[in-house]
Write a protein that binds this ligand. Structure first.
Ligand code: RFL
Ligand code: PHB
Length: 394
């Protein structure tokens, strides 16, 4: 027997993109069903992003889920770039009048789950064999299995919010979909540790031994990363080995204030730039990591996802409440323009801050010259700052 369901918008994926879209649509009285191949505990446990742009914070406030963010998030007015131990502060507020907020993606996700649960809205977790079909018809369908039973959802629109490895993008015919990709020849090894951060602000460091990033989750919890071989096994990285490498890359002056301890999360993430075009096919719309990936150096992945959702929710609400499809029809084009600019920034900062195995001494001097230019030119620092705090939505 097949269970049949109906809704206005079927949202595949309950990461930050899917959950935020569901929240905006619920506020506008639009019915949604959200499905995910994992469950809430698993999704909330994924340690990922930590830096929110002002536009992202404003979106979370509009969605009614910013109380804890304002109470517990840390406002950052600047961050440091470092080269071989020399630090240069990018004064975000001085250069752009804007700041960013440090608040973990785990917490954003928790706040969104709580909001949706309070409204008693429908979720299907642990679903399998999800297939979006009939995308060109005005009643597209999503089929899936849960607990050994078949389900179909008939809807007006499908939002593909199922991340990089989801099924939504793959449902677009290959003669329509164009993809662009760059895979970087290294990964990031990240740890969490219950110790105060080495500095009040983030430090992105390029050192001859490789990149390091000092970030945080709170005043007592630090999130640290180092560039590593993407094929490394985390088991090869004892805490002692991590601390030795991390301290060396920060340089002795900064490392003097480093408090080390036992890590309680350790994982390696690959670095990739990826864009899929278009972001719409028929009545399927892609948003977030389903459509694009940036290397984490610019802290843009989650922020890009939220920008997509700000536009997609506006587009759907304008369709239902004003019978106007202008934003639905321009969604893909508008977002891709922005996506490519953010891809450019993330790629540029990644290229500046990492040690690339293939780099010749010439390219190493180019990195150094770019850093020296940034430290000596307010215009060059401002280019970094205005991208870091977030470009306008349109
Ligand atoms: P997600 O979070 O991957 O969620 C997708 C959801 O879809 C589900 N799913 C399916 N559901 C049903 N059927 C299927 N077939 C499905 N396939 C998948 C998955 O279970 C999942 O729940 O995508 P979303 O919502 O678009 O959100 C994107 C962000 O998660 C991502 O861009 C950021 O985490 C990237 N990122 C960062 N972004 C920032 O803005 N600032 C940062 O500081 C930052 N740091 C990071 C990062 C990502 C990292 N990693 C590990 C990739 C640091 C790291 C280390
Ligand atoms: C993080 O805190 O996880 C983080 C911060 C900044 C980045 C990437 C990740 O650029």
């Amino acid at each position: 027997m097949t269970h049949k369901h109906k809704t206005q918008v079927c949202i595949i994926g309950s990461g930050p993109s899917g959950l935020l879209l569901a929240q905006f649509l619920a506020q506008a009285g639009i019915d949604t069903i959200v499905l995910d191949r994992r469950d809430r505990a698993y999704i909330e446990g994924r340690i990922r992003a930590g830096v929110l742009e002002q536009g992202t914070v404003a979106a979370l406030e509009d969605a009614g889920v910013a109380d804890r963010l304002y109470a517990e998030g840390l406002r950052h007015d600047g961050f440091d770039l470092a080269f071989d131990g020399t630090r240069h502060r990018i004064d975000l507020v001085g250069l752009t009048g804007k700041s960013v907020m440090v608040y973990g993606q785990t917490e954003v996700t928790r706040d969104l789950f709580s909001a949706r649960e309070k409204q008693g809205q429908t979720f299907f977790f642990n679903v399998e064999n999800v297939v979006p079909t009939d995308l060109k018809s005005d009643k597209p369908i999503v089929r899936f299995r849960q607990n050994g039973e078949d389900h179909t959802i008939s809807c007006d629109y499908i939002a593909g919010c199922d991340g990089f490895r989801g099924v939504s993008r793959a449902a677009i015919p290959s003669d329509v979909l164009k993809t662009f990709e760059r895979i970087y020849p290294f990964g990031w090894l990240g740890i969490l540790v219950e110790k105060p951060p080495v500095s009040d602000e983030l430090i992105y460091a390029n050192h001859a031994r490789g990149f390091a990033l000092a970030s945080m989750r709170s005043k007592t919890r630090s999130r640290y990363y180092i560039q590593c071989d993407v094929a490394d096994d985390v088991a090869l990285w004892s805490d002692d080995r991590f601390w030795e490498e991390f301290a060396a890359r920060l340089g002795p002056d900064t490392a003097a204030s480093l408090q080390t301890g036992t890590s309680f999360e350790k994982s390696i993430a690959p670095l990739r730039s990826f864009v899929a075009e278009p972001m719409r096919y028929g009545n399927l719309f892609l948003a977030g990591d389903a459509a694009h990936i940036v290397p984490p150096t610019g802290a843009k992945g989650l922020n890009l996802a939220v920008a997509d959702i700000r536009m997609l929710s506006r587009a759907l609400i304008t369709h239902y409440n004003a019978s106007n499809d202008i934003y639905l029809d321009t969604y893909s084009e508008t977002m891709l323009k922005r996506v490519w600019k953010v891809e450019r920034f993330s790629w540029q900062l990644s290229t500046l801050m990492h040690q690339f195995p293939e780099n010749s001494p010439f390219e190493k001097r180019m990195q150094r010259a770019e850093f020296d230019y940034i430290t000596s030119s307010e215009a060059a620092s401002k280019v970094i700052a205005e991208n870091y705090v977030g470009l306008p939505l349109e």
